[in-house]
Design a protein around this ligand. Structure first.
Ligand code: GLN
Length: 185
């Protein structure tokens, strides 16, 4: 509907994954997993509501994984601090929008990934939010300095950075493992 969906699609295709751009319930329910891309969280919220997908996403997440990056993460969070945006509450994190400053304060920097083993990876942060608190059900998976920048809880995976803007497919592969595991169960 909005945001950086095209590069996620490109990354998934490179990994030989069949993709579908989702604009309505029927398209959503044809999928085994969903990526909510970065973009603008207020716009994305309004579009999801307008197209009847807001409540549908909570039902989807009961049985299938959702990966939210940046604005997608904001929408999946439980709380947005210092802002009147009401998120979906599908993962117990509090987030602060635009926590690094304005568009010009966007940056690329090394992050520490802890998926199967500890690794480094390049994180692209574009007017990114910060995860300010996490609940007990949430597992951190990556850090930039001391900040948690990727986390998961059940079927929900979130990242404050944009893995689709690099050639590094590790984060997408991690999400796909969740999708395949559930699709097989
Ligand atoms: N700043 C945007 C927001 O608050 C998120 C930016 C992004 O998704 N890259 O919605």
């Amino acid at each position: 509907m909005q945001g950086d969906f095209a590069l996620h699609e490109k990354m998934l295709r490179q990994l030989d994954v069949e993709t579908l751009l989702v604009r309505n319930k029927e398209e959503l329910n044809a999928c085994h997993g969903l990526i909510l891309p970065g973009g603008e969280s207020t716009t994305l919220t309004n579009l999801l509501k307008k197209h009847g997908l807001w409540d549908e996403l909570s039902t989807f997440a009961e049985t299938r994984p959702i990966f939210g990056t940046c604005a997608g993460l904001i929408i999946l969070a439980k709380r947005v601090v210092r802002n009147n945006l009401q998120p979906m509450g599908l993962i117990d994190i509090s987030v602060e929008r635009n926590a690094y400053g304005r568009q010009v304060d966007s940056f690329i920097d090394e992050i520490k990934l802890q998926l199967d083993k500890q690794e480094q990876c390049e994180g692209v942060f574009i007017r990114a939010p910060k995860i300010v608190t996490i609940g007990k059900s949430v597992t951190p998976l990556a850090w930039h300095k001391k900040d948690i920048v990727m986390a998961e809880s059940g079927n929900i995976l979130v990242a404050t950075f944009h893995p689709e803007l690099t050639d590094d497919a590790r984060v997408h592969k991690y999400f796909l493992r969740k999708v395949v595991a559930l699709a097989k169960s």
